[in-house]
Ligand binder design. Structure first.
Ligand SMILES: [Zn+2]
Length: 146
């Protein structure tokens, strides 16, 4: 179970651009793994609705330097999503689309909890790279139940 490390081929120029403009250039998306909470193995991030294991803290990644992103969709709903390299507890469905994509250059599909089919977020893909953006409010941490 190797983590998927996704790093941008244009990392150097991306960082330079960040320093000079303090703004993320929309065409450069950087993804990297992030050890955030220092949590042990046997630790799971689960569906808040049904308790299905969705992913683990080891799968936390950052995209454009941040794990968590806040987005508002065209219907006006705002979502706080967290980025994960893999989410085994999700089923991904739908045709990949770039419509209103929140991450430039990535297509997205819906992903739902494989246990209760609740919509948990989106799977983002571009050539050779993919990650999950999951709605943080719909996830729970197994450590919180102890
Ligand atoms: Zn569920």
């Amino acid at each position: 179970m190797a983590d998927i490390h996704i790093t941008s081929r244009v990392r150097g120029s991306f960082l330079c651009a960040l320093k000079s403009s303090k703004k993320s250039p929309s065409s450069h998306i950087e993804i990297k793994t992030e050890k955030k909470f220092g949590l042990g193995e046997n630790h799971f991030i689960v569906c808040r609705n049904c308790g299905n294991r969705i992913t683990t803290p080891e799968r936390i990644i950052s995209v454009n330097g941040e794990h968590a992103h806040t987005f508002t969709n065209p219907e006006g709903f705002t979502y706080d999503i967290g980025c994960f390299s893999v989410a085994e507890g999700c089923d991904v469905y739908g045709e990949p689309t770039r419509e209103h994509t929140w991450f430039h250059g990535f297509t997205w599909r819906f992903c739902v909890c494989s246990g209760c089919l609740m919509h948990l977020g989106w799977n983002y893909e571009r050539e050779g790279e993919s990650f999950f953006g999951l709605i943080l409010d719909l996830l729970a941490d197994t450590s919180a139940t102890h």
